[in-house]
Design a protein around this ligand. Sequence first.
Ligand code: ADP
Ligand code: MG
Length: 330
Amino acid sequence: MNKTMLPGILDAMEDGVAVFDLEGTALFCNAAACALLHQKPEALKSIGDLPDEVRAFFGGVRSGRSETIELFGQAVRLHYQDLRENGMRAGAVLIMTDLGEQQRADRMRREFTANVSHELKTPLTSISGYAEMIENGMAKDEDVRVFAERIRRESNRMLSLVSDIIALSELEEQQILKNAETVDLHELAAETVETLKSAAMVRGVSVRLTGGPTPVFGVRTLLSELMYNLLDNAIRYNRDNGTVTVRTTDRQLSVRDTGIGIPKHHIGRIFERFYRVDKSRSKATGGTGLGLAIVKHIAEEHGAEITLESAEGIGTEITVTFPPVKDRTQ
Ligand SMILES: Nc1ncnc2c1ncn2[C@@H]1O[C@H](COP(=O)(O)OP(=O)(O)O)[C@@H](O)[C@H]1O
Ligand SMILES: [Mg+2]
């Protein structure tokens, strides 16, 4: 490796790195450090130019020490290390980690775990309750069938929940675009419409497919999952004898329904995990509250944009716009 590559490498790091000599003159400051310090690289000339909180940390610590401070409203962990040259102290290295993102990710993970536990507990409690009544002979003969049906329904709900959770965690684990290819949105939409045909029929909803072939660059199984979730919602939150129109043109997929619509103040939140406008309606129809979170994740991975228009009592249209194929293959 060439030494001149070093600044470029340091600039690519997420952590901030700033280096000072023994006199306190600034020798180097990478992009992340300058951003955290709210400083331009050329403006940071010495330790004296550092914000007071950082200078205070520098003044009082020995090599190898860390401290978390608040810097311009962000939680930042500072770490100080002696810079050594041929075994001699030659200066100081300051390493800065932005804890904001990490803390937010930790909090989201904790919330997700709590939500999952809660969502799993509810069906399990009723399954165990019905089973217990049958076991104790508290259920009359004619009740047994009804209870068995409820046990089956609750188990199915748990199964959907567990498969959605697996889908989400797989999305997080994989470098999914490795399996990307050119996929025709129209062909995929036709397959999805076919899959959900009977679900639509049961609810008396008619599904139309319009538009024409339009290739995008993506992972077929994930795009299929995205479409499934949008179409499933358009059927699930429709009215009796309603319609759903799926359209594919110009790298766009849109799914429009004549359903209950989404109240304005909920629109910003429905892509969050487990967020549901009407929990009982979602549950009664077998929803998990994870469908749109999966849609959002898949769209992001594909560099696609989602827009949503909705009017209460009239219907909803969700449009996903994919980037041009050539952009993604470069
Ligand atoms: N097409 C739609 N029309 C009306 N409401 C919708 C539609 N799509 C989603 N929603 C609302 O957004 C919530 C979240 O959707 P989703 O993540 O797919 O979870 P769910 O499993 O409840 O369908 C739904 O519970 C519903 O309140
Ligand atoms: Mg859904």
